[in-house]
Write a protein that binds this ligand. Structure first.
Ligand SMILES: [Zn+2]
Length: 193
């Protein structure tokens, strides 16, 4: 599990997270991804990159480029053939910062929330914000409401976005340069303690 004083980066991908020319927070963090852990229990995850392994924005953007490559590899395999570039492909356009301390302050009662280092092929910096149902009693509706509340909280914790166009996306530069990464009206939650 990452320490509370660490920072993670959330990568923005075009066009998946773009709406009317911007990346709004609700697209940057749309929902958790559902997976099963080694014991077969449901775990909800959101992918981020570990700041401790990404010393500057150049390193963050290099990581972001690799996440787009990995996403396109996955899509290519799913389609069973090459993707149409600029239509079916995903492209990295920048990242947001999130403080692990902010994530740890998200209100949760029915779930345990943490950030875990989870290296993947060609993505050794990969981490999961992971949410796991705990043993506290709650209804399905209460759990669903808490999950939504945590997502909203995470969106409000995004800050200091930095836009970027990869060299590998030079042919799409005009389109990608128009996109702005936005943050919500709310300031990131204040850190205490
Ligand atoms: Zn790239």
């Amino acid at each position: 599990m990452l320490n509370a004083d660490e920072i993670v980066y959330r990568c923005a991908l075009f066009p998946r997270m773009v709406d009317q020319g911007i990346v709004p927070p609700e697209k940057a963090i749309a929902d958790f991804f559902t997976e099963k852990d080694d014991e077969g229990n449901k775990v909800y995850t959101i992918s981020v990159g570990r700041g401790a392994m990404l010393p500057d924005w150049a390193a963050v953007h290099d990581y972001g480029c690799r996440t787009a490559v990995a996403a396109n590899d996955y899509l290519t395999e799913k389609k069973g053939g090459p993707l149409i570039r600029g239509e079916e492909t995903l492209h990295y356009i920048g990242s947001y910062k999130v403080n692990v301390a902010s994530i740890m302050q998200a209100p949760c009662k029915l779930f345990d929330l943490g950030v875990f280092h989870h290296p993947m092929p060609n993505l050794p910096e990969h981490c999961n914000i992971a949410m796991r149902q705990n043993s506290v009693d709650g209804t399905r509706i209460e759990r669903s409401a808490e999950r939504t509340g945590i997502i909203v909280y995470l969106r409000q914790s995004l800050y200091d976005p930095d836009s970027h166009i990869c060299e590998c996306d030079a042919d799409l530069k005009e389109t990608l340069a128009e996109i702005k990464l936005s943050v919500g009206p709310d300031k990131p939650p204040l850190l205490t303690g």
